[in-house]
Design a protein around this ligand. Structure first.
Ligand code: UDP
Length: 338
């Protein structure tokens, strides 16, 4: 008899988590989705609830979890600055206590475990593009530190469990990712710009708009994560995952205006503290070890994301006040989660 793998996905109803759950179900796995719904929505996984190999558990991974699984994908953590700065202590606990709890679980079960790390471990990088051997330039006491340092500590924990307990680990450093199921009001640049454009509201560029980011479409990223998890045991990372195409934030704004046909003006707002000037992954390692590189160009991914938000806006008729980002008052303006 064919026995499917039992796979735990923490943060499974979030933006990335929900796409990953779908992918794993398509691969024939039994999926246990764990989420505390702090900044994710049930609607992301509603369509999976009737699936016979899908199970949802409301749980906060800062507390121990006792379940029986074969593999763990640890994605739980608010990832947008607005969300992770709303309760920074909880953010740090989610990364650190969450990693300890999940690593402890993996150790008991002899399960392979994946960690969603981040390009934020590079901070405001002094080398460009960023390679995995760069140790980063992170402010330990700034407003982004709860996320950056939490994810750095989680990486340390993963590598110590690997060295000390021979745990099979997989660590990906995920660069900016976008696509359907991003929260419309999580304050991130792609969702902000698209929602603003669709509502014909001003597009808010923070700073001069000369800062750069590299945007990876969600299905590309999920493919990379899946390949890493299923790569030979000696491939443990950290391994960069992102799209090496680099754009200024102003270029992104112009592209979104062009693709939506919006009448929006661009307005300039202050740059939040510690906002990295530039970011672009070197993905040579992922190409070599996983034969992976992103396939979806920005314009194509943006069209799909625009279609998603357009449908959402026409279903709910309005979105808010809310698409206005409030970087200096985290939490304000965040839409109630459904
Ligand atoms: N940004 C912007 N307008 C917005 C939201 C973000 O200009 O409405 C900028 C932000 O200051 C940063 C970049 O876009 O320079 C990416 O921001 P995001 O929060 O999406 O990701 P991160 O800063 O974590 O890379």
């Amino acid at each position: 008899m064919f026995l499917s793998k039992r796979i735990l996905v923490t943060g499974g109803s979030g933006f990335l988590g929900s796409h990953l759950c779908e992918r794993l179900l398509n691969e024939g796995a039994e999926v246990l989705c764990v989420d505390n719904f702090y900044c994710s929505t049930r609607s992301n996984i509603e369509h999976l609830l009737g699936h016979k190999r899908f199970e949802l558990l409301r749980h906060d991974i800062t507390f121990p979890l006792v379940v029986e699984v074969d593999e763990i994908y640890n994605l739980a953590c608010p990832a947008s600055p607005v969300h992770y700065q709303r309760d920074p202590v909880q953010t740090l606990k989610t990364s650190v206590h969450g990693a300890i709890n999940m690593l402890g679980l993996a150790k008991r079960l002899h399960a392979k475990i994946f960690q969603a790390s981040t390009s934020e471990v590079y901070g405001d990088p002094e080398i460009h593009p960023q390679t995995e051997d760069y140790w980063g330039n992170v402010n330990p006491i700034g407003i982004r530190s709860c996320y950056d340092e939490g994810k750095r500590a989680a990486e340390t924990l993963f590598f110590d469990y690997h060295r000390q307990h021979k745990l099979r680990i997989k660590v990906a450093r995920i660069f900016n990712t976008y696509g359907p199921r991003m929260h419309p009001n999580d304050g991130r640049v792609v969702s902000n710009f698209i929602v603003q454009a669709l509502l014909n509201k001003p597009i808010t560029i923070f700073g001069s708009g000369e800062q750069t980011r590299s945007f990876c479409y969600v299905t590309d990223l999920i493919e990379g994560i899946y390949r890493l998890m299923n790569s030979p045991d000696h491939v443990i990372g950290p391994i960069n995952m992102g799209n090496p195409g680099e754009f200024t934030i102003r270029e992104l704004a112009e592209k979104v205006i062009e693709l939506t046909g919006a009448a929006s003006q661009i307005v300039y707002k202050p740059l939040p503290h510690d906002d990295p000037c530039r970011r672009k992954p070197n993905i040579d390692l992922a190409r070599k070890e996983l034969n992976w590189s992103p396939a979806v160009p920005l314009a194509e991914g943006l069209k799909k994301t625009i279609a998603y938000f357009d449908k959402m806006l026409s279903t709910f008729k309005a979105l808010p006040e809310t698409s206005e980002p409030y970087r200096d008052n985290p939490g304000e303006g965040v839409m109630p989660l459904v």
